[in-house]
Ligand binder design. Structure first.
Ligand code: NAI
Ligand code: UGA
Length: 440
C-alpha cells in the first residue's frame, strides 16, 4: 500500500519505518529541510534502539523516502498519516495549529479519495476540525480517522511492531477496511484491532496516558507515606502488583514522570474537561504530586549538607527523562540542575545519550563528564536521576575512590540499601529507609 507520513519526528519516523518494514511504500514529509536531507542520506535523527537497522534497510530497498513537499509525498498515497506536534498552548490545551495547517494545505492539493489519519495525540473533536479544514477547498470524497499511537520511547519499534492493541476510530466502512488491511500484519499475534467511533478513539489516548500518570503519582504518594511510616515501597509495590487487577507495571516511584507526553497530555485532558464544565479532580492532584516529586531529593540533600550547598560539587548520573532515549523534554534531572545551581552548587553530569541535547539547552552551566566514573571525581555526593542499566551494577570500588564523600541520593531506587551501606555509603532513595553506615 502507498502511504504518506506527514511529520518525521519521533512518531512519524517510527511509523514510516515500521510500515515500510511490512512491505508498504512509504513517503515521509517534513518541513525541516535539514532533517529530510539527513534522513535521505541515511543519517537517523533520533536515538531509538533497533530503529536504525530497519530504517537503513528500507531506505536502501527504496520502500522509504523523504521529502519536504507535501504534494509530492501524498501524490499516490491511499493513506495520509498526520504525525505532527500537538504542544501545549498557553492555556494548557493542545495546540492544533500544525494539524489544522496541514489539513488546510491538503484541502488545496487533494485530487482523489484518501484516508487522512490523526496519529498525533489530539483532543476529542479534532477529526471533525480536520474534516472541516480539508472541506473548505476540497469537495471530493475523503475520510478522517483517529488512530492514536501508544508506543513508548526506548522500546518504540517493539511497541509498534507488536502492539497490545490498535485503536481505530473511523466513521465509514471504506476507511475501516483500508485501515484493517494496513494493520493486519501487526495484529496476527492475537492482539486486537479495536474499532470504535472517532470521539472514543481520540479520548482513549488521553485516558491511557492520564491513567498511567495517575498510577505513578499514586505510587509516589505511597512512597512519601512509606518514608514517614517506616515501610518499604519496594515491598508495598510487590505486595499490590501481584494482584492482576492492579498489575506489576508502572508502579515504580521516583522523582516524577517527565517526557514529551504525560505532562502535556494530562494537562490537556484537564483543559478539555474544563471546556465541558467538568473539574477532573484526580488529574489536578496527579499533576500537583508530580511537581512536588520532581524535587523530592532536594530536602534530603539540604538536610544532609545542613542547608549549605554553596561551593558543594555534585555528580549527577542520568539526564534523559527515562533510560534508552536521548529525549530530555520535561526531564526531572533538569529541575534538579536548576535547584542545585540556584543554591550555589556546581555539577558534573553524565548520561550515555542525552548530553548533547542538554548542552544544547543549558550550555556550560554544568560540566559534562566522559564517563560515569570521571563524573564522580571530587564530588561531595552522587545524585541519580535516570535508571540507565549501566548505573545499576557499577564498580563500587571505583566509585569509592573517585567520590570525595561516600554519599548517594538515588531518585530511581537502583540499589539495595543494605548492600551500599555495607560498602560504607550513606544512601537515600525514594520511599525506603535511609541506609547509614555503622547503624543497624
Ligand atoms: N514521542 C512519543 O513517544 C509519542 C508521541 N505521540 C504524539 O505524536 C505527535 C508527534 O509527536 P513527536 O513525534 O514526538 O513530535 P516531534 O516534535 O518529534 O516531531 C514532529 C515533526 O513534525 C514536523 N513538522 C512540523 N510542522 C510540519 C508541517 N507543517 N509539515 C510537515 N512536518 C511538520 C517537525 O519538523 C517534526 O519533525 C504528538 O501529538 C505526540 O503527543 C504519541 C505517542 C508517542
Ligand atoms: O503518548 C506518548 O507519547 C507515550 O507516553 C508514554 O511513553 P513515554 O513518555 O515514552 O515513557 P514512559 O515509559 O511511559 O515513561 C514516562 C515517564 O514516567 C516515568 N515512570 C514510568 C513508570 C513508572 O513506574 N514510574 C515512573 O516514574 C518515567 O521515568 C518517565 O519519566 C506512554 O507509556 C506511551 O504509551 C505513550 O504512547
Amino acid at each position: 500500500m502507498k502511504i504518506a507520513v506527514v511529520g518525521t519526528g519521533y512518531v512519524g519516523l517510527v511509523t514510516g519505518t515500521c510500515f515500510a518494514e511490512t512491505g508498504n511504500d512509504v513517503t515521509c514529509v517534513d518541513i525541516d529541510k535539514s532533517k529530510v536531507e539527513k534522513l535521505s542520506n541515511g543519517q537517523i535523527t533520533i536515538y531509538e534502539p533497533g530503529l536504525e537497522k530497519l530504517f537503513l534497510r528500507n531506505l536502501k530497498e527504496e520502500r522509504l523516502r523523504f521529502t519536504t513537499s507535501l504534494e509530492e509525498g501524498i501524490k499516490d498515497a491511499a493513506i495520509i498519516f498526520l504525525a505532527l506536534p500537538t504542544p501545549p498552548g498557553e492555556d494548557g490545551s493542545a495546540d492544533l495549529k500544525y494539524i489544522l495547517g496541514v489539513a488546510d494545505h491538503l484541502g488545496k492539493i487533494l485530487k482523489d479519495y484518501k484516508v487522512i489519519v490523526d496519529k498525533s495525540t489530539v483532543p476529542v473533536g479534532t477529526a471533525e476540525k480536520v474534516h472541516a479544514a480539508v472541506s473548505k477547498n476540497y469537495k471530493g470524497e475523503f475520510d478522517v480517522v483517529s488512530n492514536p499511537e501508544f508506543l513508548r520511547e526506548g522500546v518504540a519499534v517493539e511497541d509498534f511492531m507488536k502492539p497490545d492493541r490498535v485503536v481505530i476510530g473511523a466513521s465509514s466502512e471504506r476507511a475501516k477496511k483500508v485501515m484493517s488491511e494496513l494493520y493486519n500484519p501487526f495484529v496476527r499475534s492475537g492482539n486486537p484491532i479495536i474499532n470504535m467511533d472517532v470521539r472514543s478513539a481520540e479520548l482513549s489516548k488521553y485516558a491511557a496516558n492520564s491513567f498511567l500518570a495517575t498510577k505513578i503519582s499514586f505510587m509516589n504518594e505511597i512512597a512519601q507515606l512509606c518514608e514517614r511510616l517506616g515501610a518499604d515501597v519496594d515491598m508495598v509495590r510487590r505486595g499490590i502488583g501481584s494482584d492482576e487487577r492492579i498489575g506489576k507495571r508502572f508502579l515504580f516511584p521516583g522523582i516524577g514522570y517527565g517526557g514529551s507526553c504525560f505532562p502535556k497530555d494530562v494537562q490537556a485532558l484537564v483543559k478539555s474537561s474544563k471546556e465541558v464544565s467538568y473539574d477532573f479532580q484526580i488529574l489536578n492532584a496527579v499533576m500537583d504530586v508530580n511537581e512536588r516529586q520532581k524535587l523530592h531529593l532536594m530536602p534530603k540533600i539540604k538536610k544532609y549538607f545542613k542547608d549549605d550547598l554553596k561551593g558543594k560539587k555534585f555528580a549527577l548520573w542520568g539526564l534523559a527523562f527515562k533510560p534508552n532515549t536521548d529525549d530530555i523534554r520535561e526531564a526531572p534531572a533538569l529541575y534538579m540542575i536548576d535547584e542545585l545551581t540556584a543554591a550555589g552548587a556546581t555539577l558534573s553530569v553524565f548520561d550515555p545519550e542525552a548530553m548533547p541535547n542538554v548542552k544544547g539547552v543549558i550550555g556550560d552551566k554544568v560540566e559534562y563528564a566522559e564517563n560515569q566514573y570521571d563524573c564522580l571525581e571530587g564530588a561531595d555526593a552522587l545524585i541519580i536521576a535516570t535508571e540507565w542499566n549501566e548505573f545499576r551494577t557499577p564498580n563500587f570500588l571505583k566509585m569509592v575512590t573517585a567520590l570525595k564523600n561516600k554519599v548517594i541520593f538515588d531518585g530511581r531506587n537502583l540499589f539495595e540499601g543494605s548492600a551500599v551501606k555495607e560498602l560504607g555509603f550513606y544512601y537515600e532513595s525514594v520511599g525506603r529507609a535511609v541506609a547509614v553506615p555503622g547503624q543497624k
